[in-house]
Design a protein around this ligand. Structure first.
Ligand code: ATR
Length: 276
């Protein structure tokens, strides 16, 4: 633990519970790597105290905070200013306290795109249609960023079709809903559900119809190699794990709070994934 000065920069992650969060470990690695006079703390706060907690952090001179489950929607409401990424996602995961105002952004979609660019170099959003399994908050952020980056079509496949229909209406335009994943011709398949997570059932999809150039991505990162990703690799397809999204979504917040643009590399990946 670095010794802090009286002018140390402070940030943290608001969640409930927050003990499982890997963000303190991730930001702590970058703080040490860059020798920054600062700290990033786990900040457990119950939903009914969330807004008061955020304002208290701002009053105490914190630079900002990450917002995680179950506060991402409340995070949107507490902001004075939200950027386009937050409006598109309808949720906030990054708060920056600046000039007396609470600014909100959603970097999950950014993190997802950067993770694919890192792990499947050469893939482009324009390459072809994407199929998303799930229709929750992560699906919304990912679908929005794919469409904004030029993906020609996003198809949502969800256990509860009404949730997918509602999300498709919110996103508008090039989004449709299907009962089964239309894999022929798809350039990207993404699991945004908790299926495949340790202790959960696997997402059972036959990947045979996917084109050879397709990329398969998972937002689950425990385990790193989900059954879906293992099946993709067995078929010779490129697979993108969920840890990359976690690492990359953290970059904009760190830069805003601590003034250094951090890098995602193998050393960081190994440090954050040490017990996965
Ligand atoms: P997040 O914000 O992380 O995306 P969420 O909003 O709770 O989390 O969304 C979870 C998604 O995973 C939903 O699409 C959910 O399907 P429903 O809309 O039918 O609830 C999906 N999901 C969760 N558990 C699932 C399961 N056992 N089988 C299929 N889909 C599941």
């Amino acid at each position: 633990m670095t010794t802090l000065s009286g002018s140390a920069r402070l940030a943290g992650v608001l969640g409930f519970p927050v003990a499982h969060s890997r963000s303190p470990r991730l930001h702590g690695f970058w703080l040490r790597r860059h020798g920054i006079d600062g700290a990033y703390l786990p900040l457990p706060v119950a939903p009914d105290r969330f807004a008061a907690g955020v304002r208290a952090l701002a009053d105490l001179g914190f630079r900002g905070a990450n917002v995680t489950i179950p506060h991402k929607l409340a995070g949107f409401e507490v902001c004075d200013v939200v950027d386009a990424s937050a409006r598109r996602a309808g949720a906030v995961n990054t708060l920056v306290f600046r000039d007396g105002a609470i600014h909100g952004a959603n970097t999950d979609g950014f993190g997802f795109l950067e993770s694919i660019r890192e792990q499947a170099p050469g893939w482009r959003p324009e390459a072809g249609p994407a199929v998303l399994m799930g229709a929750g908050g992560a699906a919304r952020a990912i679908a929005a960023v794919l469409l904004d980056a030029g993906c020609p079509r996003v198809t949502l496949v969800n256990r509860t079709p009404a949730h997918a229909e509602a999300l498709a209406r919110t996103l508008g335009g090039a989004v449709d809903v299907a009962a089964a994943p239309p894999l022929e011709g798809a350039a990207l398949l993404v699991n945004t559900t908790s299926l495949g997570m340790a202790g959960h059932a696997a997402l059972a999809i036959d990947l045979a119809p996917l084109p050879a150039a397709a990329v398969v991505a998972d937002i689950v990162y425990v385990p790193l190699e989900t059954p879906l990703l293992a099946a993709a690799r067995a078929r010779g397809l490129r697979a993108v794990d969920g840890l990359g999204m976690l690492l990359h979504q953290a970059r904009p917040g760190f830069e805003a709070w601590f003034g250094v643009a951090p890098q995602v590399d193998a050393e960081l990946r190994a440090f954050v994934a040490h017990d996965i």
